[in-house]
Design a protein around this ligand. Sequence first.
Ligand code: GLC
Length: 714
Amino acid sequence: MKSYLMNDNVKVYRYGQPMETNIVQGRKVEKQGVDEIIKPKFENGKCRFDIKLQPDDMVYGLGGNLGGINKRGRRYESYCTDEPSHTDEKRALYGAHNFFIISGEENRGYFIDFPSRIKYDVGFSQLDKFSIQISGRDFCLYVIEGKSLEDITTNFLKIIGKAYIPPKWGFGYFQSRWGYKNKEEILEVHNSFKEKGIPLEGIYLDLDYMERFKVFSISTERFEGFKNLVASLKKDGTYLIPIIDAGVKVEKGYDVYEEGIEGEHFCKDEDGKPYVAAVWPGDVHFPDFFKEDTQRWFGLKYKVLTDAGIEGVWNDMNEPSIFYDEKSIKDALDLAVESKDKDMDAFSFFAAKDKFENIANKDEYYQRFYHQVGNQNISNDEVHNLYGYYMTKSANFGLSSLLKDKRFLLISRASSIGMHRYGGIWTGDNYSFWSHLDQNIKNMPSLNMCGFFYTGADTGGFGNDSYGEMLVRWLQFSVFTPLLRNHSAIGTQNQEPYAFGEKVTKECKKIIEARYRLLPYIYSEYMKSVNNFKLMFRPLSFEYDEDLAKEAEDQLFLGEELMIAPVYKANHKGRFVYLPEKMAEVTFDEGNERLEVKDSGIHYFNYKLSEFKFYLREDSILPHVASAMNVKSLSQQKLKVLAYVNARAEYNLYDDDGVSYDYKKGKVYNTKIKVAKTSQDYMIEVKNTNPFIKEAEFTIVNSDNKVIKKTIKL
Ligand code: GLC
């Protein structure tokens, strides 16, 4: 073991000969020393740490995993897995997010830089024991200190580098569905939104736009005149975002396949032949994204899409997901044939059934194919968690090279920390279950802690049938998440905002409009969080030590200004909300906002389906604008400002052109708003460098619930 220091807050312990993952960035200076808390035990090529947990200790982090904000009482596994059924007993999902904080008498953050399986038992097998099992001996352990929980996350975010920044239009509302079959159906969706006056930023294209699931192909039959379609929709303010899967169909004459073979771009099996797995198109080869040459080759393949005017894509099935491989399907079919005409008892029936039922994503598949890392061949299993990361790095390279100064939208399903610099993520295949909305709320701060800011869940739920009430409630939460996408699976109930009758259409429209009204604030908070390495979504317990704050996992601070407390249960007309401090309950009804200041404590707040609510903190300012059909047509000319001020409040509304990288050169707009209470009135000051904002209309409330309105010209 060697130890290093990155800065006063970050120590690194290097065990064995770890692979360079490039997750952490920055210089390390060698230092002597061992960690007094972490005592690794090495056995059978694996490593294990046991950490004692005190009864009140909390464990934060672990990104996109299931469970609460406090991770205690569960087992988790970091091994990127296509796991569509997010039931309670599941341990591994799509991401490998190995940062966590143990918070108690002292707070400390840990990051394990290791590319394969890590198992966490967070006080599950034994209440007071946190066990971590790393399936190897070569890794780096980072110990991150800080003055507070917030400070620890900032110190961690700083060493992994700034998160990906999408274009501003990436913050709009997106409609998606696996099952929009052809151009006509896409146009129908677009027209329906338009007719009903519901804002729409873009439509995600799922598998059906391709020719028989072949990546970088476009079906000429179902999507004839693709380029014109992209152009005409874009002109109308609607972007198309096509899917790209990891596997390349094995098919003679198919250019991507032929080039991949020719350029030796595919992962190999034990015999040195391209490994064959089966995904949507049938047999596929997986690009070896561990080779830079392959990253460049695949990345530039996105040209077929960018040439057609595309400015955003989603990368899927990149755990990589494997339905079956040559050997497993043969075994299963052989057993089925063997069983034919036999009297099968329970054992033989279930054995045959399991062969098919559990055929996807078997551990053994990942041991059967290899990556070229330097001049070594390493099985996917040993570096498994980096596959989706490197695919997204490849896509980011391609899209940056092709679109030059234009920012692009890029999300991936599989991820590990480090990937956050190259793209966002969605949280994978959830279900239209109320519990999955609850999970969505709890995931947001944990994902932020691991560097993922451009993220959100399939709103309305992916699998299973959604229904009107659920969609409305889910939207009431998702309008706060940077990625706002309604996505559903083929065969389920259609889930567009207008799919559930007039009343639901009206409610959905109102909430999506609220997203556009809040967009300047959400964008400002996003950019400030990423640039200043601060969480956008924070648990209440990051600021308040009371048990009630620790347990209020269904409420979140958003930025410094807001607290959100969504309704995520069926048939509820309101909910209990814990206010750790005085706050103004905001009913955000366009042109008719209501603010009502409430004392700290537990309250039952009415929150009807037809309302949209959140809480404004004391001495806070919330800028917003009038809604529009898309980001392009959102006017900031008249800024509206809600403020709850007892002494003085300040807010800096950040903005930039939203499309280029000029913000990196300092080309940004700031609107610095100050409101201070004077003996009789309020003093308002606005220092504005944003040429688009001409006027600010204030609605200010104080603790006596006295509301004052003022407008100032800028
Ligand atoms: C995967 C994705 C899902 C997509 C489907 C078909 O399940 O997670 O979002 O709709 O594949 O491409």
